[in-house]
Design a protein around this ligand. Structure first.
Ligand code: NAP
Length: 346
């Protein structure tokens, strides 16, 4: 059977009415819900739809995920000329849709995993019951945690050069961090800023060699080593940073028109913090060699469960794994088979 969006809508409404335990007309019934719309989520949706599952993907608060703010992707196989993160995600989205995945805007605000089928609250006004769930909620930018950082966010403080870089034309800016993201942000900002100062807390970068070399070679980029940002100064917008030398403890002020925080990401696990196993850094734990979380029918893929590789291509790969794991698990569940029959019959 092919799952066109309209067929699924009709089937799912019908399924609601045949659910004996359901008294709320706004409850939808699903076989598989995917939460999150980065490379992991879209790939899981593509594989699940091609396996003829009834699949609904909820895009979440950041449709397309972190990649949508990446200016240039050079290392996604199959695209030797490189492309923007936005274009890559748009391609993944249309590929998933082509095979019948239903993609919907909406953020999951609650997740009840105490009984099956599991219950998802979406934007606080819709409840969806689903046999299986794939968590592909990704990760979000980390901030330094300074009061003035929060106060001046959007007024010189940013965590996304692609989004905000153009506002910093002909000014000096700073980038905090020593990883790939920091190098990419710094290189991108050279298009607008007169000078880009990279502030790193150690004397050695974590970034890949190719990005390091590009940053070192760029005439607009300078490095301040062994420095930690202790405060961000400015009344209505960023004017300067207070920096501490991590070796001597001496503080100094660096004048700057903007500061881009590029110190890594935090996995988005708020929905399942109390119900699923997380590692010491807050990443979802999956069984080795699989995407099973340990709770039946709940799978995790992409950056939310990957503290090591965190690449678009590895996220996509784990999305495919999650769909395959979900498909096999669903096939083994007698009760979910009948749920599918309900959907198909309607
Ligand atoms: P990351 O590799 O974790 O690097 C974070 C950087 O921020 C590190 O240099 C770290 O310093 C620094 N840092 C962390 N907390 C800090 C704090 N409180 N104060 C000051 N500095 C702090 O994160 P990322 O650069 O976002 O990269 C994440 C992953 O995505 C990596 O696997 C990376 O390879 C990948 N990525 C790949 C590409 C690409 O291939 N084109 C582009 C972007 C990201 P220390 O070094 O001292 O720990």
């Amino acid at each position: 059977m092919s799952h066109s969006a309209s067929n699924l809508e009709a089937a799912n409404t019908e399924a609601v009415n045949t659910d004996a335990t359901n008294t709320d007309a706004t409850i939808e019934r699903r076989q598989l819900v995917i939460i999150g719309s980065g490379p992991a989520g879209f790939t899981a949706a593509l594989y699940a739809a091609r396996a003829n599952l009834d699949v609904l993907l909820l895009r979440g608060a950041e449709p397309g995920g972190q990649l949508t703010s990446t200016p240039e992707i050079e290392n996604y196989p199959g695209f030797p000329e490189s492309l923007t993160g936005f274009d890559l995600m748009a391609r993944m989205e249309s590929q998933a849709e082509r095979f019948g995945a239903e993609l919907r805007y909406g953020t999951v605000t609650g997740l009840d995993l105490t009984q099956r089928p599991y219950r998802l609250s979406v934007d606080d006004d819709t409840t969806i019951k689903s046999d299986a769930i794939i968590l592909s909620t990704g990760a979000s930018a980390r901030y330094l945690g300074l009061d003035n950082e929060r106060r001046l966010l959007g007024r010189g403080v940013s965590a996304c050069a692609t989004c905000d870089g153009a506002f910093f034309r002909d000014v000096e800016v700073a980038v905090v961090g020593g990883g790939d993201t920091a190098m990419e942000e710094a290189l991108f900002l050279t298009r607008f800023a007169t000078r880009v100062v990279v502030i790193h807390r150690r004397d050695e970068l974590r970034a890949s060699k190719i990005l390091q070399e590009r940053a070192f070679a760029h005439p607009k980029i300078e490095f301040l080593w062994n420095r930690q940002v202790r405060d961000i100064l400015g009344e209505d917008k960023v004017e300067a940073l207070q920096l501490e030398d991590t070796r001597t403890g001496v503080t100094a002020t660096l004048e700057t028109g903007g500061v881009f925080i590029a110190i890594g990401h935090r996995p988005n696990t708020d929905l399942v913090r109390e119900t699923l196993d997380l590692d010491a850094h807050g990443y979802l734990v999956t069984e080795p060699g699989s995407t099973h979380t340990g709770k039946p029918g709940i799978f995790a893929c992409g950056d939310v469960q990957d503290p090591i590789y965190r690449q678009a291509v590895t996220a996509a790969g784990s999305g495919a794994m999650a769909a395959l794991d979900a498909e096999r698990w669903l096939a083994e569940q007698p009760e979910t088979a009948s749920a599918k029959t309900e959907l198909v019959a309607a």
